[in-house]
Design a binder for this molecule. Structure first.
Ligand SMILES: NC(=O)c1ccc[n+]([C@@H]2O[C@H](COP(=O)([O-])OP(=O)(O)OC[C@H]3O[C@@H](n4cnc5c(N)ncnc54)[C@H](OP(=O)(O)O)[C@@H]3O)[C@@H](O)[C@H]2O)c1
Length: 300
């Protein structure tokens, strides 16, 4: 179990307990809260399996966090199609166990969810109260997890985000590495979203909690892009930073690269509620440069 630092012991009343703490967002969130002087306990699968109700209630009883953030999830979108039972247990059922434990101790549960709960079939930004219409096992199980949290009587904030890059393996890193190897790329140009740096999202979550947000909240970086746009921007950054020639990027259609899970096509989360709360997110292009300059890029 990772250290509680700084700002006092776990029972000080200002402790955040973060599950999935070795994942992209979990790592960013623990770093951001600790920088802010908040005592933070980060736990991942080997220390707290969120699908085990006994482990969940024991950890929440032990640390008595004021804020419990669930970053744990089965995020391999295509593998969810092959392992639906694991996806349901992790994404669909575990949030209910966390909500029950949060309800017993009276802490705020911040639960992370995704744009995949929507179909992405309509070319308009998606507001928090839009009808869910998931088209994949990942999306359906994440929606089930949201519903489990909403059904509970715990105080909660459900944060939906999208297209996350941060410490760990992700699209940006894959593209950057391809540039270093001099490989040409084919990238889909017909899926639209908001690329989001996990560090910016972590700061946004902290701001939203401090602003007293409850219910559903969409949080992602400003601006919209296709995966092709993000790839081209990453190639430019890599070539510029390493003084190497850029590699060609060919735009292709989703239909030409079939995958097990259906992806939302126009998946742009509406950010009006976050802006109204005073939560400021950087533009994704700025966030990409900041990410590549950060220790999250070099440490991963
Ligand atoms: N990545 C994205 O683009 C994206 C977009 C929208 C929303 N989200 C949501 O944001 C949250 C964080 O995503 P992320 O990108 O940080 O994911 P991530 O990097 O995959 O991190 C998830 C972490 O949860 C752990 N985990 C898996 N099963 C667990 C279990 N049963 N108990 C405890 N921990 C478990 C994983 O461990 P292993 O690696 O060992 O499995 C991993 O360390 C998730 O709720 C995700 O659905 C992500």
């Amino acid at each position: 179990m990772s250290a509680v630092e700084p700002g006092g012991g776990p029972r000080s009343g200002t402790c955040w307990l973060v599950t999935g703490a070795s994942g992209q967002l979990g790592r960013s969130l623990c770093a951001v809260t600790r920088q802010e002087g908040i005592a933070t306990v980060g736990v991942d699968l080997d220390e707290l399996d969120v699908t085990d109700g006994g482990q969940v209630s024991e950890a929440v009883e032990r640390f008595r966090p004021s804020v419990l953030v669930n970053c744990a999830a089965f995020t391999h979108v295509d593998r969810c199609e092959e392992e639906p039972a694991t996806a349901q247990r992790t994404n669909g059922d575990a949030p209910g166990l966390l909500a029950e434990a949060a309800s017993k101790t009276g802490c705020l549960l911040v639960h992370l969810s995704t744009d995949y709960v929507f179909s992405g079939a309509t070319p308009r930004p998606i507001a928090e109260d839009a009808a869910a219409d998931p088209r994949s096992t990942y999306g359906r199980t994440k929606w089930a997890g949201e519903e489990a949290v909403r059904r509970s009587d715990c105080e909660h904030l459900i944060v939906r985000s999208q297209w996350i890059f941060g410490p760990g393996i992700n699209f940006v890193r894959a593209i950057y590495n391809a540039v270093l190897r001099g490989e040409s790329l084919r990238v889909v140009e017909d899926q639209v979203g908001r690329p989001t740096w996990s560090r910016a999202l972590a700061r946004g979550i902290l701001q939203a909690v401090r602003a007293g947000a409850r219910g559903d909240l969409h949080l992602a970086c400003e601006g919209v892009a296709t995966w092709f746009d993000l790839a081209v921007a990453t190639v430019e950054e890599a070539a510029h930073r390493r003084w190497i020639p850029p590699v060609p990027v060919e735009p292709v259609l989703t239909a030409s690269v079939p995958r097990p899970a259906t992806r939302p096509t126009y998946s742009v989360l509406e950010l009006g509620r976050a802006r109204g709360l005073g939560v400021r997110m950087p533009h994704w292009r700025t966030a990409l440069s900041m990410y590549l300059d950060s220790e999250e890029w070099s440490d991963a």
